[in-house]
Design a protein around this ligand. Sequence first.
Ligand code: AGP
Length: 619
Amino acid sequence: MCGIIGYIGKEEALPVLLKGLTCMEYRGYDSAGLSVGDEQHAFQTVRAVGRVVQLTKRAAEVSLRGHVGIGHTRWATHGGITENNTHPHTSCDGKFILVHNGVIENYAALKEHLKKNGCTFYGDTDTEVLVNLIAWHYRQFSDISTLSKRFKASVRKALSELQGTYGIAVICTDCPNELIGARKSSPLVLGVGKEELFLASDIGAFGGRTKDVVFLSDGEIVHLQGNEFHITGADERALSPTVETVDWDTDVSDLGSYTSYMQKEIFEQPKSLENTMLGRFSADGSSAHLGGLQLSADELRRAERLLLIGCGSAYHACKVGEYLLERYARIPMEVEYASEFRYRNAPLSKNTLIFVVSQSGETRDTLDALHEARRKGLRVSAITNAVGSTVARESDGGVYQRSGSEIGVASTKAFTGQIATFLLLSLYLGRMREMSFSEGCRLVQALKDLPTCVKEVLASCDDWARTTAKKYAKCQSFYFIGRQMLFPIALEGALKLKEVSYIHAEAYPGGELKHGPIALIEPSFPTFVLASDPDMLSKNINNMTEIKARKGQVIALGIEGCPFPKDLCDDVFYLPKVHEAILPIITVLPLQLFAYYAALERGCDVDKPRNLAKAVTVE
Ligand code: AGP
């Protein structure tokens, strides 16, 4: 894992590959590399530990020429973060060069077999095993009439022996004007440009050069030759693929006046939320419609239970969705981590509707949960941001959250977009079940006011978040507590802080503090108390009193018109009084900014936090 780019076309491949790798930097990685060549120029590989800028420097030292190439950003799974383990990997006979996302589970047995047959290895990756396996089959297939056919047959044979997941792009130096790509449970998209073709794990890697794509399915192999491409299925039959034009911002490199994508994306939320809701309210102003769900009103009314599944921030959005749908649609709810759902084997009635939530639409755990649910005959709807992603294509229908490309590894606008989608779903389902017309109208109005409200809150809490983060940035641990719909917001606040500033943070429902976590409270251990729900005010004040009694510091988020006793909080920010349903969204805003400024204060790279990847495509 993490990002693949391949190019064959009229341009010099090097700048195209470097731009593609730069566009995928947001996915998180720890080393990068590329190979370039063609009929006139021998293939050369450069690799570097660290960022694409280091790779760019390396590439400038060597004269890399050619119109064919592959590149990769690596997030280490097998083997340490070393240059030797960085992709592309070359077979020991020098004939094949390959980049790979995924995990080859039977690599040890294959390696043993290859070693016995004279292969030597320079690194520890499963990918180096794969490239040598292809080379080994190529040697066995010496009787195949053309080099091109022999190349394809060797790749197909090697892939058939793998257990695990892969998205690959591979070069054979005997066929210098060709590339082969293939996928199994790891994304790979073909980009079709003017006199140029691309392979990538992410359409953002096309750097805006084309929006015409073919999403490859599992088991498919694409063979690029000059300007032509041929796709074959798992059964080796030739396919006639449809080239789709994606409605998605494929050039995402522009930061505008912002200093980081995280900052840009936090401040984009008024617009991204507006987009999520655009055209989705009913004409009578009391409900919403979500066409892509492809569920009839009857199917929705018959639903006995909703099960929401996601990972990380998407899971937290599901937890908010649980409270919202329970309250407004009056439907029994359950939320599960995707990684747990897959192995849990819980009994599920046929009238359970499942929603998987994934910004990237490529998260392995979420995809596996989706497959598991479908295997059991359940209908799975998706909430995803990435158009054409695997989750979008493999679910039975769903809703695009339309938050726009999210580049920062820490989710911000996608998280609030997921909550906004759950708000629309609550309205839609609620109005079919028990929600009254006037209650529906009030909620619609609150949602229509949401973008402006978010804009005002961001403008008013920015300075507060900066100053408060400066004051507390040296603390080593934080608690975040909230009740009801604000408990998942506490979870998200803690996750954001951990991800970008590396400060330890934990979150609890307010009532749980006294059941153990309070033992750690002392003057240098601050607690964020999310107290903007007026119904929970007295309970939250109890929490603050308990913390102050132990000399802990309290940073409170309150609600205008309900002031806290001054001696109970060290710092406080008052949010405007809004419809209770949109409280989770406005409460998370100061927490996103706090995490952002705390990270800057500690000198952290907010867009590329250590150890993290934007799309976690391994289990
Ligand atoms: C969020 O800040 C994280 N980087 C992470 O928890 C993320 O939400 C999770 O990996 C799920 O990603 P997805 O929405 O793309 O499936």
